[in-house]
Design a protein around this ligand. Structure first.
Ligand code: SAH
Length: 516
């Protein structure tokens, strides 16, 4: 009797995503070889069959076993979740088969994680896309990075499989930062866990927010391209190429900028004040770079005489602009919590051989009744443990960390944000009701804070150690007056080559570098 080897795909989870042809193949088979977990979904078709379940790690043994049975004349079904031809058992079976084997081979396709997860996010893969597995069990890690770099440079939408496991924690952040080198930080992404299985979770983030998330092996990441948009709480990528060179994209052409200047990366009131002072007192031209158009407008008003380079420019555009304008020094006066930006600037200066200086506003000493938190994640946990009506003065970037933390749905959340449409949209997408959003540019007085928090009956406030320019003291005073818990997220620790806490310190550093 001639055996049959059915290579059967059973989809992401629930039985209604198994195609009828897969069911027919299961029914036809006498022997089933599968990983335990998958048996649950195909249980109705298992009765009376010989079942083998070698452990997940022994993939080759599973393939060999199925082949041996087929060689012996049995009708065998070897099973994988998703599609058996995608990061799964089919290739192993082909590797182990011999040219002179006579059993019949039938491959039954299935819904793979890429399109299962995409369907839960909207339609992010509607134009060209790539998939990348981050598992280096069967492939050297350098290849994975090499491919990630090319995917990012081509601005392909992409799907990351095997994202993070207990033994592989760092790789995903490495790949995300490679993506950030060529894709814009606001590129829309989706994170899907347990698609079409119990415990399904679906969330949308910007690419730069992904660096602070934790993932696992049940998760798939989808990264959009420059055209990916939001609508109705979902994301989609339009078909076709649109206007590839439209502005505000990852790599916009560098504008003409003064040469041999001092570059100040700002976006904060004290960064602008520093720029204004240097423009007035120094002989070198000053170029201010701010991440938003609004920041640019403010800088133009606050710093007469500087050249401006604003809007979200990717690292590639920054590299070009610094090289073309022959920058003399990179002065990093970004927000104390903008650590991704600071890390990029340090790296870029090193690569281009341009001196890097850091200006960081002094931190305010914290009072004894303040609760210190190591990270946004830690603050989310502590806030949920202590508060019922929780006020977030932490900015828009970390909102998801709070609003999607375990237990967050049992709390009432109130947020204060800068009035950027994109920030508001993020809060709304995360389900914050309109009457719990205060959208206004700071700084805020202690009186304003305490009136707002009293009216909203806030019992817990979360903020950052943002120093005087960030209005920290006015928040601490109001929380103290109302007797409510104040949680403060610690500044991220970066290994800065040079740090000055005063404008004079910066001036001295410039003199030491012989910059007029
Ligand atoms: N053959 C499978 C992929 C196996 S690799 C397929 O075609 O889908 C295993 C990886 O797939 C996991 O680490 C995860 O990234 C992804 N994955 C599998 N099932 C998933 C599900 N239900 N939801 C989200 N991701 C899933």
């Amino acid at each position: 009797m001639n055996g049959v080897l059915n290579l059967v795909s059973v989809g992401p989870g629930f039985a209604d995503l198994i195609i009828p042809r897969a069911i027919a193949a299961l029914q036809e088979s006498d022997v089933i070889v599968a990983y335990d977990l998958y048996l649950r979904w195909i249980e109705p078709y298992l009765e009376g069959k010989e079942i083998h379940t070698p452990p997940l790690t022994q993939e080759r043994a599973r393939a060999l076993l199925a082949i041996e049975k087929a060689r012996g004349g049995a009708k065998v079904a070897l099973i994988s979740s998703g599609d058996i031809g995608i990061y799964a058992m089919a290739a192993l079976a082909y590797e182990e088969m011999r040219e002179d084997d006579t059993f019949e081979v039938k491959l039954i396709p299935g819904v793979t994680s890429a399109n299962a997860c995409a369907s839960l996010l909207g339609s992010p893969l509607s134009h060209d896309f790539a998939t990348l597995s981050l598992s280096d069990l069967l492939c050297p890690w350098e290849w994975i990075e090499h491919r990630a770099r090319h995917i990012a440079q081509a601005d392909l939408a992409c799907v990351l499989y095997n994202v993070q496991s207990a033994g592989r924690q760092e790789g995903v952040y490495r790949v995300l930062s490679l993506m950030l080198e060529s894709k814009a930080p606001h590129t829309l992404c989706g994170v899907v866990k347990n698609a079409y299985r119990p415990g399904q979770e679906v969330a949308i983030y910007r690419l730069d927010e992904m660096m602070s998330l934790k993932f696992d092996m049940l998760t798939t990441i989808v990264i959009g391209n420059r055209f990916t948009q939001r609508k109705r709480g979902q994301i989609f990528t339009p078909r076709g190429y649109n206007d590839w060179s439209a502005p505000d994209l990852a790599v916009a052409p560098a504008p003409v900028l003064p040469e041999h200047g001092v570059w100040i990366f700002s976006g904060t009131s004290d960064g602008n004040a520093l720029a204004a002072q240097l423009a007035k007192s120094g002989a070198s031209p000053v170029i201010v770079s701010s991440a938003t158009e609004y920041g640019g407008e403010i800088a133009l008003k606050d710093c007469p005489g500087v050249a401006l380079w604003s809007g979200r420019q990717g690292i590639e555009a920054r590299r070009q602009a610094l090289v073309q304008s022959k920058a003399r020094v990179v002065l990093d006066a970004t927000h104390p919590y903008a650590q991704i930006m600071s890390a990029q600037l340090i790296e870029l200066s090193r690569e281009l051989g341009i001196p890097y200086l850091r200006y960081e506003r002094p931190a305010t000493p914290l009072a004894d009744d303040v609760i210190r938190c190591a990270s946004p994640r830690d603050a989310a946990e502590q806030a949920i443990a202590r508060g019922q009506r929780i006020f977030l003065a932490t900015g828009s970037k970390d909102l998801a960390t709070f609003l999607q933390a375990p237990g967050a749905d049992q709390k009432q959340w109130f947020v204060r944000l800068t009035a950027e449409p994109e920030f508001l949209q993020r809060a709304l997408d995360l389900g914050v009701p309109r009457d719990r959003i205060c959208a206004m540019q700071g700084p805020f007085s202690a009186a304003f804070n305490s009136a707002l928090w009293r009216d909203w009956q806030i019992d817990c406030v979360v903020t950052k150690e943002s120093g005087a320019a960030g209005g920290y003291a006015a928040k601490a005073a109001a929380a103290h007056e109302l007797g409510i818990a104040l949680l403060v997220i610690a500044r991220p620790q970066l290994d800065y080559p040079h740090v000055s806490e005063t404008f004079d310190g910066v001036a001295q550093q410039l003199v030491a570098l012989q910059i007029p």
